[in-house]
Design a protein around this ligand. Structure first.
Ligand code: HGY
Ligand code: MN
Ligand code: MN
Length: 413
């Protein structure tokens, strides 16, 4: 089957979507429920409808774009990713797996494929953690690991609840309808940039993901004693910022001393109050991202952080509230799907390597619904979650070609 992938059209769409952002180009930011998120959703829906595909959206905002197969009773094949973006992000994270999937379907349609199984492209709600403090809200609800009862309790940093946001944007369907039946799909394949340097370093065009690392997010609120920066003498102080600073260094140490090179830890959010130069910080809010490829190593590092937090706060006379927002297991991708992707690489003559994803993805949760695997393409310098994130049109085309071949094989089974 000869596939014509129009990389220029795809690049134009990636560029156009990147301009739908809460920040000026080249910075991409599209946080769930923002005006940019709403416009980004409309943009992708319009592209899908222009390709003659059927579009629907569920109660948490997951968008489903269906290419109907010949056998309506057969379990569909799913693909897709996300278009939301954290502050100061780039234009390829998630987007390659959404717009690339649309291009793969267009190429298969043009090649005259009449799929037995339907193909469904899913654009997942809030893969990024920015709005509610942890990621994959949409795919967690599809998998049932985030229940409607827990979801309605979610609050953003301004205290606005998920329900208040849903009402604001006009989403009124019942959240209980989101969860997918087990094996609701025959398979899920996600195309994504690597967000790491290995493929570029080894000069390889494709990565086939066999495992996804175990992520976690911890929220920490520290309460000290505020006061006048001039009048409050040092022995009398309970400075929330300094306690937070010690804890942030303890987070780094927990990763460096975990015994595993795969442990990574980041204090990505650190806010203080009142934020006046002549006022001793009375409050500090930290959000900590810690991961490893093994749950046991990750959890041991988390325990060390909890221990250090207690010690530091006792010594400094600080109150603390520690909340585990998420701590998910690592994911092993489906070996048969991994082989199907490897076969597709061979069919198009592309070398590849089997590898681990250190980033988490919606695939992490779709793996609880159906057999799941991922296709990676290189990104320049391994850079991601920065405006200079970059994959070339040729690199993206290679990923789309492997995705299209894999979908063609899976839809005919
Ligand atoms: O943080 C992650 O791993 C993903 O990019 N949201
Ligand atoms: Mn991301
Ligand atoms: Mn992503």
């Amino acid at each position: 089957m000869h596939l014509e992938i129009d990389e220029q059209r795809l690049q134009n769409q990636i560029d156009e979507l990147s301009l739908i952002s809460e920040q000026a180009p080249p910075v991409v930011t599209r946080v769930l429920f923002s005006e940019a998120d709403q416009r980004g959703r409309a943009f992708v829906k319009k592209l899908a409808e222009e390709s003659g595909l059927r579009v629907r959206q569920d109660a948490i905002g997951n968008i489903f774009v269906r290419w109907a197969g010949r056998d309506a009773g057969a379990q569909p094949i799913a693909t897709g990713s996300h278009i939301d973006a954290i502050p100061n992000a780039g234009k390829f994270d998630g987007v390659v797996g959404v717009l690339g999937a649309l291009e793969a379907v267009r190429a298969l349609q043009k090649a005259g494929l009449k799929p037995k199984r339907s193909v469904e492209i899913i654009i997942f709600t809030a893969e990024e953690p920015t709005r509610f403090g942890f990621g994959c809200i949409g795919s967690r609800m599809l998998a049932g690991t985030l229940t409607p009862e827990k979801a309605i309790l979610l609050k953003d940093s301004d205290g606005t609840t998920l329900e208040e946001w849903r009402r604001k944007v006009g989403w009124s369907d019942d959240l209980a309808m989101v969860r997918l039946p087990k094996d609701g799909y025959a398979a899920f394949i996600e195309l994504h940039i690597e967000q790491g340097p290995l493929l570029e370093r080894e000069g390889l065009p494709i990565g086939v993901v066999e495992k996804i690392a175990a992520p976690s997010v911890t929220r920490l609120d520290l309460t000290g004693v505020g006061g006048h920066a001039g009048a409050m003498l040092m022995p009398d102080r309970h400075d929330a910022l300094l306690a937070g600073a010690e804890i942030a260094l303890a987070v780094e140490q927990a990763a460096l001393t975990s015994g595993s090179p795969d442990t990574v830890a980041t204090t990505g959010i650190f806010r203080i109050e009142p934020g006046a130069v002549n006022s001793v910080p009375c409050l500090a809010h930290l959000e900590i991202d810690l991961r490893d490829t093994q749950s046991s190593t990750r959890d041991a590092a988390l325990r060390r952080i909890e221990q250090a937090t207690g010690d530091i706060c006792r010594r400094r006379g600080i109150q603390f509230n520690l909340q585990r927002m998420a701590a998910d297991p690592p994911v092993v991708c489906d070996p048969k799907l991994v082989s199907a992707i490897a076969d597709a690489c061979s069919a198009v003559g592309l070398p590849f390597k089997r590898m681990i994803s250190r980033a988490y993805h919606d695939s992490s949760f779709m793996s609880q619904v159906c057999p799941t695997a991922m296709i990676f393409i290189p990104c320049r310098g391994g850079v991601s979650h920065r405006p200079d994130e970059y994959s070339s049109p040729q690199q993206i085309k290679a990923g789309v070609a492997v995705l299209a071949r894999t979908l063609a094989a899976l839809t005919s089974e």
